[in-house]
Structure formats: structure tokens, C-alpha cells
Design a protein around this ligand. Structure first.
Ligand code: GAP
Length: 492
């Protein structure tokens, strides 16, 4: 399995496909079909349930995509949000300079300046990969999409490149609404846009994508996490900055051992471990996840320390699907300075402080990709997705054995009842029963219910399990508790 094969499968099954395919697609933009829209919505719903409803300290926000451009000046995005670009002098094609060097020399050039990268290209004789022509100088290219707002020339704003800033800029209001609670987590799911120089690898590097972010504000003088005992012994594959400098590989360690003694340390461990536990719940394979500490010169302009959660994608290697960054007081201080308004919180003794921030930030599309890679399986006779039931596009399919003699009516009644109970069901009466099972296996439906002649006699149905292909016969009245029980206890 590689990323191209996954892209082909996803296109064929209606998971996700190039946007506006009939016009040749549009680089960096994908549309989600019926199966993919269900899968992606389920991932987002599971996330909201886990981290917003399931966290005493966290509340939600739905901020605008376009906002006052002052936000992006204050945040540093106008000044710093760049990638290095290089143009071929012969054919005019544009490339991301760091990717070009990495591909040609297999070295990491994160943090190198434009001049240093130009030097590396010259010294190593790297030419245009398209036509072999000479490459120009490396320049910096701002990744924000700009747009004109209203009919006034020069009234330029930007599509947000991260959802996070809408949380920061609204902090004074949200702090009041949350009755001055501290620590306070504010969560948001939504689209983000980056004019990536070389979007690639299917859903991995997009120009329009979605993020699920939490900005977790805390008082550096009172930064204990009450749930620390639950996570302090949690182990995972990790790769610290020091291990990378020594050329070592990732190894199993306690997360609590890899985060240094900085303000908010316990919360950082909490957010990393909780994220990893959540991945298991949604069916991401634990042995394909690792936590990698970013090297100092890799970090974003706001970061005092960042731990990436990476997934091992066959054919691509370890790639970031989530970051957990310590943003310190950078963002709130910048907005306070720029707007002239107070972004402070108040302690019980009346002293004021600018809260610090820990930011766990997930890319929805990359998490879905990790779910797809974890779930895909090929057997001798079938190809299937073994999705965790909480994210499977459909939880259960209902079939009449034949489409006559009252079986469709009975199957339809069961199907409607499942929908009424908020289980995402699908009804199918077309084709042989074997083909119908295969169709559901392909899109990862965990269970299929078949209504046969015996159903009409004793009100029982068969339920077939996707993974074991075993069938049991149970009463129609037991179907819903039977499914709910298995959803609750599902393990890969
Ligand atoms: N607010 C912090 C922030 O935006 P980031 O590391 O730039 O940090 C967070 O992005 C997550 O968003 C990444 O871990 C990744 O999953 C996702 N992401 C970033 N750029 C992306 C892109 N071009 N296409 C798809 N997902 C992307």
C-alpha cells in the first residue's frame, strides 16, 4: 500500500477525489464523497465528544474564516508565515526549495535561510527536476491566501491559515463568557487555507484542509494538572530532540520522561497521552504512532517547544498528523500590544497575568488518512477497511435476503428503527447477498443484518461481523443493545 494506491481506492469508493475532476482537478483541493463525508464527520464528532464534552475545562468556538487583517499582522503570519520557493530559469516551474533539496540529497534543511538553501543548490548542482534547467535564487513565499473584502480596492484580508488565531483574538470575550475560569481550553474545528507551493500526497498536503485545535490557557504559577496520575506512566514510541542529534531511533518510553521541567509540563504530558489514547479509540494503530520532539530550528515562530505526533505512512515514512506546541504568552501578548486591549486573566488574590498556552492541533484530513491506512486490509477474497465502529461511515447495513414476499418491508422497518436510534444505517436490496456483504466490507461497515424467511416466523435476524465474517442469529428486539455493546468494547 502506498499513498497513490490509497488515493485510487478512495476515489473509486467515493471517499475523497480531486476537486472538479471533470476539469482535471485542482492541485491541493479535494472533494469528499458520500462515504468520506460520513467518515470525516464521524472523526470530527468523536473528537468533539472526547475533548470538548469529555473535558471539564474545555468549551467550543466557531470563529470566522476571514477576519480583520490586523489579526494576521499581530500574530506574525504576515511577517513570518513563509516557505522557500525556487523558480527554474528555463521552464519557469516553481518548487518548494527545502523539499527539492531533501529529495535530491536526503538531508533535512528545516530552519536554513533562503541564502543558505541557494548555496546548497549551487554547491550540489541541483537542477530543475522537470526540465534539467538552472534554478534561480531561493525566495520566501507567504502562504496566506489573500482576498479582497467588499467592493473597495486595497481592502485585503486573508483566509485563515490556522483556526487558532480566532481563539486567541477572542480570548478577552471568551474568558468573560467562561466566568473567568482558569485553566480554560477553547476548542475549534474548521477549515484552514495555505497556498502550499507543492501540495502533494493525496490528503496529506492540501491548500484547503481542516483543523481541530485546542488552545489551553493556564496560569504558569498554578500549572498542576489534576489528571496527571492517569497519564504519567503512559508509554509510547518517542524520539526526543537529543535522540535525533545522536542519530538514534524512536523507542518506547513514558511520555512524562520526555517533557522537560517547563511551565505547563503536566498539561503537555496530559494532552499528548490523551491524544494517543484517542487515536486508539478511533482505530489508528498504536505501533504506527510516535511522538517526535521538534528540533529548535524546526519550530514555528511562536513555539517554545513542540512535540509532533507522527504516523508511519507506508511509502512516505513518519509524517506529522498533529502538533502539541507550547506557545508561551506569544499570541496573547502580541494581540494585547497590537490592539491596546487587555488580554490578562485575574488570580483569586487579584493579581493579573497573561495566560500561557499549550496547543494540541490536529489536521482532520491527515487523521482521516491515518485511519484509512490503519484500517485497510487485503485478504485472499476481499479488500476491506476494518474501521473502528465509532468512525465507520455506516455502522450497520440491512438487507432483505430476497426482494419479495414481505422481506423488504420487514428489513425497511428495522432500518428505520436503527436510524431512529441514531445508528447510521444503510439499506441495500440490490444483487446477491454475497456481493452485498462485499460492498459493505469494502467501505468498512462493521455489521450486516439480513432479514430472511425465518424472520417472518420468529422475529429473528442474522448479524454478520465484518472482521470475523461470523454470523449470529438474534431477536430483532436485541439488535440495538447488541450493536451498542460491541461499539463500546471494540478493540483493533
Ligand atoms: N495552530 C498551529 C498550527 O496550525 P501546524 O503544525 O502548522 O500548526 C497543525 O498545523 C496541523 O494541521 C498539522 O499537524 C497537520 O495535521 C495539519 N496541516 C497543516 N498543514 C496542512 C496541509 N497543508 N494539508 C493538510 N493538513 C495540514
Amino acid at each position: 500500500m502506498d499513498i497513490q494506491k490509497m488515493a485510487d481506492i478512495a476515489t473509486k469508493l467515493g471517499i475523497a477525489f480531486p476537486s472538479a475532476e471533470v476539469y482535471g482537478g485542482y492541485s491541493g483541493f479535494y472533494d469528499w464523497g458520500p462515504v468520506g463525508a460520513e467518515l470525516k464527520n464521524n472523526v470530527k464528532r468523536a473528537w468533539w465528544k472526547e475533548f470538548v464534552h469529555g473535558s471539564h475545562e474545555v468549551v467550543g468556538l466557531d470563529g470566522s474564516i476571514i477576519t480583520n487583517p490586523e489579526v494576521w499582522k499581530a500574530s506574525g503570519h504576515v511577517e513570518h508565515f513563509h516557505d522557500p520557493i525556487v523558480v527554474c530559469k528555463k521552464c519557469g516551474k516553481r518548487f518548494r526549495a527545502d523539499h527539492l533539496i531533501e529529495d535530491a540529497l536526503d538531508i533535512n534543511v528545516e530552519g536554513k535561510s533562503a541564502e543558505e538553501m541557494t548555496e546548497i543548490i549551487r554547491e550540489n548542482g541541483i537542477n530543475c527536476p522537470a526540465c534539467g534547467g538552472e534554478l534561480g535564487e531561493v525566495k520566501l513565499f507567504n502562504l496566506m491566501f489573500s482576498t479582497q473584502v467588499g467592493p473597495y480596492e486595497g481592502s485585503i484580508s486573508y483566509l485563515r491559515p490556522e483556526t487558532a488565531q480566532l481563539i486567541f483574538v477572542n480570548f478577552p470575550r471568551l474568558y468573560q463568557v467562561a466566568r473567568k475560569r482558569m485553566p480554560l481550553g477553547i476548542a475549534q474545528i474548521g477549515k484552514a487555507f495555505r497556498n502550499e507551493i507543492s501540495p502533494r500526497n493525496f490528503l496529506f498536503r492540501l491548500r484547503e484542509f481542516e483543523q481541530m485545535e485546542i488552545e489551553f490557557f493556564f496560569d504558569p504559577e498554578s500549572d498542576e494538572c489534576p489528571y496527571y496520575d492517569e497519564v504519567k506512566d503512559y508509554e509510547a514510541l518517542v524520539l526526543t530532540a537529543k535522540m535525533q542529534e545522536r542519530g538514534e531511533k524512536e523507542k518506547k518510553m513514558k511520555i512524562s520522561e520526555i517533557v522537560p521541567d517547563i511551565p505547563g509540563r503536566e498539561w503537555i504530558v496530559h494532552w499528548i497521552a490523551r491524544s494517543l489514547k484517542w487515536y486508539e479509540k478511533i482505530g489508528v494503530k498504536k505501533d504506527l504512532l510516535r511522538v517526535r520532539e521538534q528540533l529548535p530550528d524546526e519550530r514555528a515562530h511562536y513555539s517554545q517547544g513542540t512535540w509532533d505526533i507522527e504516523f508511519y505512512f507506508a511509502g512516505m515514512g513518519w509524517k506529522e498528523i498533529q502538533g502539541v506546541a507550547h506557545r508561551g504568552v506569544y499570541d496573547l501578548s502580541r494581540h494585547q500590544e497590537h490592539s491596546g486591549k487587555s488580554f490578562e486573566a485575574v488570580r483569586p488574590d487579584g493579581t493579573k497575568f497573561v495566560p500561557m498556552v499549550i496547543e494540541p492541533s490536529w489536521g482532520v484530513d491527515r487523521v482521516v488518512l491515518a485511519v484509512l491506512f490503519s484500517a485497510y486490509d487485503e485478504e485472499e477474497k476481499r479488500k476491506l477497511f476494518r474501521f473502528a465502529p465509532i468512525v465507520a461511515p455506516y455502522t450497520v447495513a440491512v438487507f432483505p435476503l430476497v426482494s419479495k414476499d414481505g422481506l423488504p418491508e420487514k428489513a425497511w422497518e428495522i432500518y428505520i428503527n436503527l436510524l431512529d436510534e441514531e445508528l447510521n444505517a444503510v439499506y441495500d436490496e440490490k444483487g446477491s447477498i454475497g456481493r452485498r456483504y462485499r460492498r459493505q466490507d469494502e467501505i468498512g461497515t462493521p455489521w450486516c443484518i439480513t432479514v430472511d424467511y425465518q424472520t417472518l416466523e420468529d422475529n429473528t435476524v442474522t448479524i454478520r461481523d465484518r472482521d470475523s465474517m461470523e454470523q449470529v442469529r438474534i431477536s430483532v428486539d436485541e439488535v440495538i443493545p447488541w450493536i451498542r455493546e460491541r461499539m463500546k468494547h471494540w478493540k483493533r
